[in-house]
Design a protein around this ligand. Structure first.
Ligand SMILES: *Cc1c(COP(=O)(O)O)cnc(C)c1O
Length: 428
């Protein structure tokens, strides 16, 4: 694709952008009175303007109806969580019955491991990626210790090759084969949080099943970012947070996927609570647990409607736009950002290294950029000048131009600010 590093060209791309009106559906922070250039939708998505109303509706129902809101609110609270399954099923490629929303991400991965990490005899090992997101490392370590194993022995990390920034699928498959029947579970982040690398989930899931292991995915950086086909890929389980690309608000509720093969399975180990028991008999308060015939069987507590409301508001926007349109714009705006970075790199004679894979099928919204020769001061300069990125040690900024609300002009403008920041430092 032909690109130019000019404002006119960027504005022309904005003109052609089918999603350009959606930018106005989001609230942007301001710095020095100017709307920021927001690159951290991979960390906390912006607030959609319709969110306030969804939350206000709950507050009003609570004020007007109090306990009666459980059954008589316009969107009754007792089954509020069920409203999220359908729009989410389209985003992650699942049947509606395979989706449930509850708790938060790390909590859900722990709960799902109750069902899907069942070490026995020599099959007790877990395969994950090296330098997984810290919460996932803590989770996996504590799970294997809980079952009486030593993490140094039971956790097998897939390594990158020396000098490379990304994992190779062939190396992942080799590790899976080598661990073989000692492997109880494979649990990897579907999109790596540090580099933005997209894993070949279909191939890895199949390889895991071939050795008799369960395969689950942490989709924190994948949900709402990439095309997922969880059902068809035969993934056993997955979970994601909703506050990154899904724009549902800080620390908000997590979505779960449990493949329908495991629904109605009487012998599956699971921690249970009253929201997982059959709707028909839930309020008879009987001692027997009769699991819901779908992923809701994993529910524990009554629905936290004040956190589900913003998630539902956000899903309404996803439903309007659809993943295909988001992905189309994503690919183009990320390519444009990459072009801008390379242009500025040439102009100021710097050495940015994009450590995100260059192949389209291995990348999504995020570009991670190694700033050789530029330090944290540059990151701080960007912040001061209205560009919100994030900084990771040792010297990486992550840029995620969320297609829902970032514009091509943002990318151009970012390039100009970046250039000025580097030149100012050189001249000082
Ligand atoms: C963001 C993120 C989390 C966050 O977990 P919470 O329980 O929501 O705090 C976990 N795993 C990965 C891979 C993440 O990127």
């Amino acid at each position: 694709m032909h690109f130019e590093n000019t404002r006119e060209f960027a504005l022309q791309l904005d003109q052609q952008d089918k999603l350009r009106e959606h930018r106005d559906q989001f609230l942007f922070p301001k710095i020095n009175g100017k709307q920021v250039i927001y690159f951290t939708g991979n960390s906390l998505g912006l607030q959609p303007k319709n969110t306030q109303k969804y939350v206000d509706d709950i507050m009003k129902d609570w004020a007007d109806l109090a306990v009666e809101g459980h059954f008589y609110a316009e969107k009754p609270w007792w089954d509020y969580h069920e409203r999220l399954a359908k729009p989410l099923s389209k985003i992650v490629g699942a049947n509606e019955a395979e989706i449930t929303v509850m708790n938060t991400l790390t909590v859900n991965l722990h709960l799902l491991m109750v069902s899907f990490y069942q070490p026995k005899g020599k099959r007790y090992k877990i395969i994950c990626e090296e330098k997984a997101f810290p919460s996932d490392q803590y989770m996996l370590n504590s799970q294997v210790r809980f079952h009486g194993y030593d993490p140094d022995d039971a956790i097998i990390e897939i390594k990158k090759r020396a000098g490379e920034h990304n994992f190779r699928t062939e190396d992942i498959l080799k590790t899976i084969e080598a661990v073989g029947e000692e492997c109880a579970l494979i649990l990897i982040g579907g999109v790596n949080y540090y580099t933005g690398q997209v894993f070949d989930m279909k191939t890895i899931t199949k390889a895991g099943h071939d050795i008799g292991a369960f395969v689950g995915w942490d989709l924190a950086h994948a949900a709402g970012n990439i095309k997922l086909e969880l059902h068809d890929w035969n993934v056993d389980f997955a979970a994601w947070c909703s506050y990154k690309y899904m724009n549902s608000g800080p620390g908000n509720a997590s979505g779960c996927f449990v493949h329908e093969r495991f629904h109605n399975k009487k012998d599956i180990p699971r921690f249970e609570g009253w929201w997982g028991t059959s709707k028909e008999t839930r309020f008879l308060m009987k001692p027997e647990f009769e699991p819901m015939p779908n992923a809701d069987a994993w529910q524990l507590s009554n629905a936290p409607v004040l956190s589900l409301a913003p998630y539902l508001a956000s899903l309404e926007l996803f439903d309007e736009v659809g993943m295909d349109a988001l992905i189309e714009k994503r690919n183009r705006i990320v390519s444009y950002l990459e072009f801008i970075l390379k242009e500025i790199d040439k102009e100021v004679d710097s050495t940015f290294e994009i450590i995100t894979p260059s192949a389209q099928k291995e990348r999504a919204t995020q570009l991670s950029v190694f700033l050789h020769g530029e330090g944290k001061a540059l990151f701080e300069y960007l912040m001061k000048n209205g560009v919100i990125t994030d900084w990771r040690e040792p010297n990486v900024i992550r840029l995620a131009p969320a297609p829902f609300y970032c514009s091509y002009e943002d990318m151009f403008e970012f390039g100009q600010i970046l250039k000025q920041g580097i030149l100012d430092k050189k001249n000082s």
